[in-house]
Design a protein around this ligand. Structure first.
Ligand SMILES: *[C@@H]1O[C@H](CO)[C@@H](O)[C@H](O)[C@H]1NC(C)=O
Ligand SMILES: *[C@@H]1O[C@H](CO)[C@@H](O)[C@H](O)[C@H]1NC(C)=O
Ligand SMILES: *[C@@H]1O[C@H](CO)[C@@H](O)[C@H](O)[C@H]1NC(C)=O
Length: 407
């Protein structure tokens, strides 16, 4: 069924969060100081890529219509050349550890992960009317998130070494990068996306985005907080630099992550691994289907060897098993890292078919989420970050080429 925006609004009004409308017309003024954008008259075209090499020019409304029909894509308008900017990144293959080895250091840290910290953060994060990347609320939520990251750095006494800053974007909501320097500039990236969207009328309707991707945002924030309780980490004893990324505009076609990885590719940055967490809190449909609560490990369009390592991290450090699953092309920000030539992986709350069905609407709420499940993702994130931070990749690469020489 094809409906115009105006009739859609009428259809959806009863479902709209009271928070927004009970304050009356003045909220519109606050939301859009320069007047509400009328997207139905917006004829600007965007270049999108729906599968490798399959591109199309569409309007913004057409973008949301594709998304409502479950189609994912890169919006490549600003970064048509991602993946072709540096000859060096793609050619070198990263070798990952055969198995986790730092149980002695990681196990005590895992005990400090806190469900209530995640719940507190998520409660405030979902109280923004929307985190739509083109709205002023989206800008405000990004300011708030950066303040939380900086607060964690300060509280852990890491201000001398660890830092966080905005990665600026033209649309208003900035991405965030927190850097934990190691002995080298080889970098391990842990990511989630901070923006939310209501796919019916992004500029108007509420988008609490509790699961998508508020859950991933607070999951990696909690892993970051506890990693900074390790004095070794704060002092930079690890081989590699760790970065935590909170991307803007994932919902617009992976815009924030493409901007970041495009700049990394141009600068010749050495990214050894990237792990995305997008939706980490919903288990209801898994349990309703009579299945075991699990971490969903995405196996399509990811680096297979990094993904094998992640499975071992789950077996070693989580209390629940993993299940292999697929999500298609460009389904979250790891795809931008991968396009830039960097090994990337993606884990999600469940098998993809049982993932949260409330997303992209006013109903993506905390009340449907399990903080116990998020805690499992936080354990995975912390362990993954710690293990790979201390991995001597140069040594592993040498080891693998000499063993190949032996064959
Ligand atoms: C856990 O947190 C407490 C309180 O913040 C801290 O004193 C302790 O050192 C932490 N444990 C580890 C293993 O870092
Ligand atoms: C890391 O990169 C910075 C900036 O590009 C450079 O100044 C520094 O020397 C590098 N450090 C190492 C250990 O390679
Ligand atoms: C994965 O590892 C195997 C050897 O263990 C190697 O031959 C292969 O090239 C690697 N694949 C990628 C994509 O790096």
């Amino acid at each position: 069924m094809k409906v115009t925006n105006a009739s859609l609004l009428t259809l959806l009004l009863p479902a709209v969060s009271g928070r927004f409308f009970e304050h009356g017309e003045s909220d519109h003024v606050m939301l859009y100081p320069n007047g509400r954008p009328d997207t139905s008259k917006d004829t600007t075209k965007y270049h999108i890529e729906l599968s490798p090499g399959e591109t199309r020019w569409v309007t913004e409304d057409e973008k949301w219509e594709l998304r409502r029909n479950g189609q994912r894509f890169f919006d490549i308008t600003d970064h048509p050349d991602l993946g072709t900017l540096s000859a060096s990144t793609a050619s070198k293959k990263t070798v990952f550890p055969k198995k986790p080895t730092l149980q002695k250091e990681i196990t005590p840290l895992l005990k400090n992960l806190s469900k209530s910290q995640m719940e507190d953060h998520l409660t405030t994060f979902t109280s923004f009317h929307t985190r739509y990347y083109r709205s002023d609320y989206g800008r405000q939520s990004s300011e708030w998130l950066l303040a939380q990251v900086n607060d964690i750095i300060k509280t852990s006494g890491a201000e001398g070494s660890v830092s966080a800053k905005h990665f600026k974007h033209a649309w208003g909501q900035n991405s965030i990068i927190a850097t934990v320097p190691g002995k080298t500039n080889s970098t391990v990236v842990i990511g989630a996306h901070q923006d939310s969207i209501n796919l019916w009328l992004p500029s108007v309707l509420a988008a609490p985005g509790a699961d998508d991707d508020g859950s991933g945002t607070v999951t990696i924030l909690e892993a970051f907080r506890v990693l900074l309780q390790s004095q070794d980490i704060i002092k930079g004893k690890q081989e590699n630099t760790l970065e935590f990324h909170w991307y803007s505009a994932e919902e617009g076609g992976l815009l924030g992550s493409q901007a970041i990885f495009s700049s990394y590719e141009k600068a010749g940055r050495d990214v050894k691994a990237m792990l995305q967490q997008d939706m980490t809190g919903f288990v209801t449909r898994t349990l309703d289907a009579g299945k075991v609560e699990s971490v969903g490990v995405i196996v399509d369009f990811v680096d297979p060897n990094l993904t094998e390592f992640i499975k071992k991290v789950i077996v070693e450090y989580c209390d629940i098993p993993f299940v292999e699953t697929k999500c298609g092309y460009a389904c979250s920000d790891h795809a931008s890292a991968s396009k830039a030539g960097y090994p990337s992986a993606f884990v999600i709350e469940s098998a993809f078919e049982y993932s949260d069905n409330h997303i992209h609407s006013t109903e993506d709420l905390i009340k449907y989420l399990s903080f116990d499940h998020m805690l499992q993702h936080a354990r995975l994130t912390l362990a993954f970050g710690y293990e790979l931070a201390f991995t001597d990749f140069a040594k592993l690469e040498k080891g693998s080429s000499s063993s190949m020489g032996d064959l």
